[in-house]
Ligand binder design. Structure first.
Ligand SMILES: *[C@@H]1O[C@H](CO)[C@@H](O)[C@H](O)[C@H]1NC(C)=O
Ligand SMILES: *[C@@H]1O[C@H](CO)[C@@H](O)[C@H](O)[C@H]1NC(C)=O
Ligand SMILES: *[C@@H]1O[C@H](CO)[C@@H](O)[C@H](O)[C@H]1NC(C)=O
Length: 164
């Protein structure tokens, strides 16, 4: 029980930290992108978007097949694949004039996370010693942000289970 409380505190603290980062990032994006407005969201073809996400997801699943399921919670083993997956969803969504991230992409990513990471606890995923390599650390940042967002969603749904 004590362990669980510590875990929740950890999750809350980390989530707050992440939301601060997200807000900062969002502010930055607005400043950068306010000059030429992109085509309106109405141009985003959601059927096509979903199909593009499937393409990225299938590629990610194929790569995860080569990772021992025992290591599915160990970021070190799939960080570069995850980064490519994230990049794939971003470039493909933007190529077909869809915003990224958007709710459709997010729900797809959550599905992928549920498939691979549903048994990972927050600290098992997050507290991996980052390799001493600048590029990897740069890659880790957006991955942490995404993972933490998902962790928050999962934590919230678990909490509402407890309260229910
Ligand atoms: C959206 O994309 C699908 C598949 O590419 C296509 O069949 C459909 O006609 C498109 N819808 C619109 C409104 O452009
Ligand atoms: C993750 O994998 C790396 C490389 O195999 C290993 O050194 C590290 O100890 C693992 N971390 C955990 C938490 O299992
Ligand atoms: C999670 O654990 C359950 C029960 O042990 C198992 O059936 C399921 O396949 C696991 N899922 C993943 C993604 O490892």
């Amino acid at each position: 029980m004590k362990h669980c409380a510590a875990r929740l505190t950890n999750a809350v603290f980390f989530s707050l930290l992440i939301w601060t980062f997200l807000c900062l990032a969002a502010t930055e994006n607005i400043n950068v992108e306010s000059i030429p407005r992109r085509p309106s969201v109405a141009l985003c073809n959601e059927t096509q978007l979903l199909w593009e996400m499937e393409v990225c997801g299938e590629e990610f699943k194929r790569k995860m097949d080569h990772v021992d399921p025992q290591n599915w919670c160990n970021l070190t083993h799939f960080i570069s694949e995850y980064h490519l997956f994230s990049l794939c969803t971003e470039t493909n969504a933007e190529r077909i004039n869809c915003y990224w991230p958007n709710p459709l992409v997010e729900s797809y990513i959550i599905r992928i996370h549920k498939h691979f990471f549903s048994n990972c606890t927050l600290e098992r995923v997050i507290l991996v010693d980052p390799p001493d390599d600048t590029l990897t650390i740069l890659i880790l940042i957006p991955v942490f942000l995404t993972l933490a967002m998902i962790a928050l969603v999962v934590w919230c749904s678990k909490r509402s289970d407890i309260l229910a």
